[in-house]
Design a protein around this ligand. Structure first.
Ligand code: BGC
Length: 780
């Protein structure tokens, strides 16, 4: 391993405990914070080198001179792969693993030991300014794809930094805001992807986020950094702070924060030193963090290779492949696409020649080269067949200039058989550091579209954007291509899709809503006075629209192809490890194509609130025209579970699950029911258990029913009516009323008998959730 300073390892790190013994307290403290913006502290006395950490996530942003974490100063040239928004739309873990490998090769060649990514925060609101750096609104998709990236990267001996842990779903007030989240959405939505990546790929580092989670800074939360991350998920790597995320370093070390970045002015080192010296911080706790830093040094040095290089051309080609796989064909009517090679075409819009290909902030890459869509379209269409007009200004602040450009573009459009119009969000609209305020494309661009449509109806709109935008013109144009931010080779990828050299297979990893006002977090985002309440709960992304049967512009999972696919013969089986679904998929069109087969699961009449359907598996399949293949999708048992707040654990509910498979969350083609044997939740009955809960328990039911039978009610003539009336009363309160047939001792004895049956196999919660009763004692 060699950092920019070129230090080489001479330290013997085979016995970390022994190594820690050799260090002074001051050296140990210094090791747990950076020595500079991008480097850990070296200990020259013992031959311990530093490790270079660098952004990330979609390229290597190594700064050799001026350093910053906001994308301001120069970095060395590196391949700018498509940002996560585009990678997410590929639904293709195999491809992402290859991208991860390429990132690892570049990092290793530059002497970088840890690449700061992937970022897998959930896209809670489309307004989040950093959504372009995240994969999806869905935790399963984020988890599977994040795992692939980590695996690829780490296969090259370079560490990943899974970020931003946790619940960093907005940029507004990001260094202070508390994400206030109920236990179920926290576990089922916001932590679930992290859990999967940690368990499946063991990233060498996890980066804790700036924000607070339910009131506690992520950088000093023992529950998050130790109980959940290490004790429950088995994370064995190092927790690094986001750059500047440390509020109280001593509390951080105690909570499980191992490395503060970047290196500061020594202020927090002095605090840790003083805390150990005064006995407020156990030196053994510091030693644990030191060991983890040493382990990272050892891992990085094992993976480093002096003189390693990478193939720029091959990486550019991979970037193009990944960008093309992430392009989502949203609409295509009347065979508007693909264009025929050799056709004349008008290409309009400044983005065609000045592509928007990545987002601003710490992930900003200095690309090794940059392909524009215009040049790539010209290359495929042939010379003289492309008429270009910039059509609008990117700034949109000079009406006279826009009017002139618009008139010129309209003239070009009027003379062309087909128009490809590039619209998009300008750089200034989305970045790390702030959130968006609306979901609209700039007014000058929308006006231009209207003017072009007035002279030519064959308009193919291509959009460049990192976060979703409203598409009010959807019904007015025959085709829309969502190009996202394609990285340095995105121009070629767009051209490949427009001309059908690549048959599009990208799918929406996030819903495109009709209007901002209808999005799940609209009323709560971005919060106020330091708190943001996640009031939509579990209903994030498509879960929200589906639960409300609300119209969306384009649903989660949507994406068209130039061919068509049919689904037949679904078979689903359940086993101890989960579900297995098999379905035959046929290419019913005339072109080869790739289908993203999506599997959604619902549990009708669940005991708990659940979204109507959730993505629980997916697979891609390449099919020649007329070809049929059987696709197998496995669903892990843990992915069927909900977080049960009564027992603070995952619980798989018994009973029938509906498995639906199709081409999007709203284009489900085949479905089947399967019975699953659930987990047993055995909660003790207490005096706080309700009459209904006792009625549902096999040991207590008879006695309680007998007591109810004694009640003579003119209005509630039948038992069901009585249960409705009295069922919600805690038994202890009910028996306290005068003239009650049950006495306290009898009930206490009954409860004892019932609770004695808790040992051994038990039935679980019944459909209404009252079978095994809730009890206060069981609440955590
Ligand atoms: C970002 C991180 C990034 C770090 C270092 C922070 O501002 O939130 O994602 O890795 O800076 O640049």
């Amino acid at each position: 391993m060699a950092g920019p300073g070129g230090a080489s390892v001479t330290a013997d790190l085979s016995d970390l405990d022994a190594y820690v013994e050799r260090l002074t307290l001051a050296e140990k403290v210094a090791l747990t914070s950076g020595s500079s913006f991008w480097e850990t502290t070296a200990v020259p006395r013992t031959g311990l080198p530093s490790v270079v950490l660098t952004d990330g996530p979609h390229g290597v942003r190594l700064q050799r001179a001026q350093a910053d974490h906001l994308g301001i100063s120069e970095s060395v040239p590196a391949t700018c792969f498509p940002p996560a928004v585009t990678l997410g739309s590929t639904f293709d873990p195999e491809l992402l693993e290859r991208v991860g490998r390429a990132l690892g090769e570049e990092a290793r060649a530059e002497g970088v030991g840890v690449l700061l990514g992937p970022g897998i925060n959930i896209k809670r609101s489309p307004l989040c300014g950093r959504n372009f750096e995240y994969l999806s609104e869905d935790p399963l998709l984020s988890g599977v794809l994040g795992t692939a990236l980590v695996r690829g990267l780490q296969s090259q001996g370079v560490g990943a930094s899974l970020k931003h842990f946790a619940a960093n779903n907005q940029e507004s007030d990001r260094l202070r805001v508390s994400a206030d989240i109920d236990p179920r959405p926290l576990r089922e939505i916001y932590l679930r992807g992290f859990q999967r990546v940690v368990e499946d790929s063991q990233p060498w580092t996890v980066m804790c986020s700036y924000n607070r989670v339910n009131g506690t800074y992520a950088s000093e939360d023992p529950w998050l950094l130790t109980t959940v991350l290490r004790d429950t998920w088995g994370f064995d790597g190092l927790v690094v702070s986001d750059w500047g995320a440390v509020e109280d370093r001593v509390a951080g070390v105690r909570a499980g924060l191992d490395l503060e970045m970047p290196g500061g002015d020594g202020h927090t080192d002095a605090q840790v030193l003083a805390a150990v010296e005064s006995g407020r911080l156990d030196e053994g706790v510091l030693d644990v963090a030191v060991r983890r830093v040493l382990q990272l040094v050892a891992r990085v040095s094992a993976g480093s290779q002096d003189g390693s290089t990478y193939d720029r051309e091959a990486h550019h080609a991979l970037a193009r492949e990944a960008a093309a796989r992430g392009v989502v064909l949203l609409k295509n009517e009347g065979g508007a696409l693909p264009l025929a090679e050799g056709d004349s075409v008008a290409v309009l819009g400044e983005f065609a020649r000045t592509p928007r290909y990545q987002g601003a902030g710490s992930s900003l890459i200095n690309p090794t080269r940059l392909d524009s869509p215009l040049a790539e379209i010209e290359r495929i269409a042939g010379t003289g067949r492309v008429a270009f007009a910039p059509a609008f200004t990117l700034a949109g602040t000079d009406p006279a200039a826009d009017a002139r450009l618009s008139a010129e573009a309209v003239a070009v459009a009027a003379a062309a058989p087909v128009v490809v119009l590039f619209l998009g969000l300008p750089d200034r609209d989305e970045s790390e550091g702030f959130d968006r305020e609306h979901l609209s494309l700039p007014a000058n661009q929308l006006a231009l579209l209207d003017a072009v449509r007035a002279v030519n109806q064959r308009v193919v709109v291509v959009i460049s954007n990192g976060g979703v935008v409203e598409l009010p013109f959807t019904d007015d144009v025959p085709a829309i291509v969502e190009g996202w931010l394609g990285g340095q080779a995105g121009g070629g990828a767009i051209a490949d899709v427009l001309f059908g050299r690549i048959n599009p297979s990208g799918r929406l990893a996030e819903t495109i809503p009709m209007r901002l006002e209808e999005t799940p977090a609209y009323l709560d985002f971005p919060g106020e006075f330091g708190h943001v309440r996640y009031g939509e709960g579990l209903f994030v992304g498509h879960r929200w629209y589906d639960a409300r049967s609300a119209q969306v512009r384009f649903p989660f999972g949507h994406g068209l192809s130039f061919t068509t696919f049919a689904y037949t013969g679904l078979r689903v089986t359940a086993g101890p490890l989960g579900l297995e679904a098999r379905v035959a998929v046929t290419n019913t069109g005339t072109r080869s194509g790739r289908e993203v087969v999506q599997l959604y699961v619902s549990r009708p009449d669940s005991v708990v609130q659940r979204p109507p359907r959730e993505l629980k598996g997916f697979a891609t399949v390449d099919l020649a025209p007329g070809e049929t293949r059987e696709v197998t999708i496995a669903v892990r048992r843990c992915d069927l579970a909900y977080w049960d707040v009564r027992v603070d654990d995952w619980v798989v509910e018994d009973g029938p699950y509906a498995v639906a498979i199709g081409a999007s969350s709203r284009d489900l083609r085949v479905a089947a029911f399967v019975d699953v044997v659930g987990d047993q939740v055995c909660l003790p009955l207490t005096m706080s258990s309700t009459v209904a809960e006792l009625l549902a328990h096999p040991v207590t039911a008879q006695v309680i029913a007998g007591a109810l039978g004694e009640i003579d009610s003119a209005i509630m003539a039948d038992d069901a009516g009585l249960v409705k009336l009295i069922g919600s009363m805690p038994i202890g309160r009910w028996i306290a009323f005068p003239d009650n047939r049950l006495d306290r001792e009898q009930v206490e004895d009954l409860l004892r008998q019932a609770n004695a049956t808790l040992i051994g196999p038990q039935r679980d919660v019944d459909r209404r959730g009252r079978g095994w009763p809730l009890s206060r004692a069981a609440h955590h």
